[in-house]
Design a binder for this molecule. Sequence first.
Ligand SMILES: N[C@@H](CCC(=O)N[C@@H](CS)C(=O)NCC(=O)O)C(=O)O
Length: 291
Amino acid sequence: MTEQSEYTPPKVWVWNKASGGQFASINRPIAGATHEKELPVGRHPLQLYSQGTPNGVKVTIMLEELLALGHRGAEYDAWLIRIGNGDQFGSGFVAINPNSKIPALVDRSEPKPVRVFESAAILMYLAEKFGVFLPTERAARAECLSWLFWQMGSTPYIGGGFGHFYAYAPTKIEYAIDRFAMETKRLLDVLDRQLAQHKYVAGNDYTIADMAIFPWYGGLVKGWSYNGAEFLSVHEYKHVNRWADMLLERAAVRRGRMVNRTSGEPSSQLHERHDAGDFETKTQDKLEPAS
Ligand SMILES: N[C@@H](CCC(=O)N[C@@H](CS)C(=O)NCC(=O)O)C(=O)O
């Protein structure tokens, strides 16, 4: 095992130094706003404040799917919250999500604006509001919600565990990488076995469970996350690969992946979405002067 410097935890932990690593500047041990900043409000019923990370993309896929079905009430403004710049600690954002994480949604079509935070809560809220992508029959609903919450419970081990120690931590710690690579592979195998038996995650129908799981687990097998595809031998999960490719054939999934995205090909980044036509005219390749 790689040599690690000895660390004896003090009796009481105190925040007296930056933690190091890629997200050191936004990590703090206290909640609440760091600065006053109102959130902008657009003309649509739904106002989304987010960034195109896997948790953000779940919601933009759902919104694009709802619009594809013709639900005009799902028209939305997607505002960019740059988490690397600390926008999630502005007073307006903290008022709609005291946990200071994207995504957060405000539904202004209700008599009093409704705030929703936590991506699964947002998916459920929209599924219930529009009556789609969440089965109503009790057993099918239980299966869908089981997988939805499997995603919510499991992916911190992928993002905060594997991704953090494999890609972002200032030193490579073999013990931590082993522990979370093992868990990530086990989770991929759980999903692979389910998808060996079912077309979609929760059965024959496409649901919010697919939308929640795809950006994380689809992202791993498609090699979008942490440069970890080869390390994790993701080709082994052939049913997850089959399912991810099938979802990528959906135009709404492809659009959802573009919204609030700040990395990758400029033509794939739509920093803010205020109109369906923005996908054609406002991607970064169209906004940035050609170099
Ligand atoms: N359980 C939350 C997790 C949200 C989350 O971790 N969001 C990250 C981006 S993917 C974030 O906003 N990080 C900013 C920070 O930690 O300060 C959800 O599913 O909505």
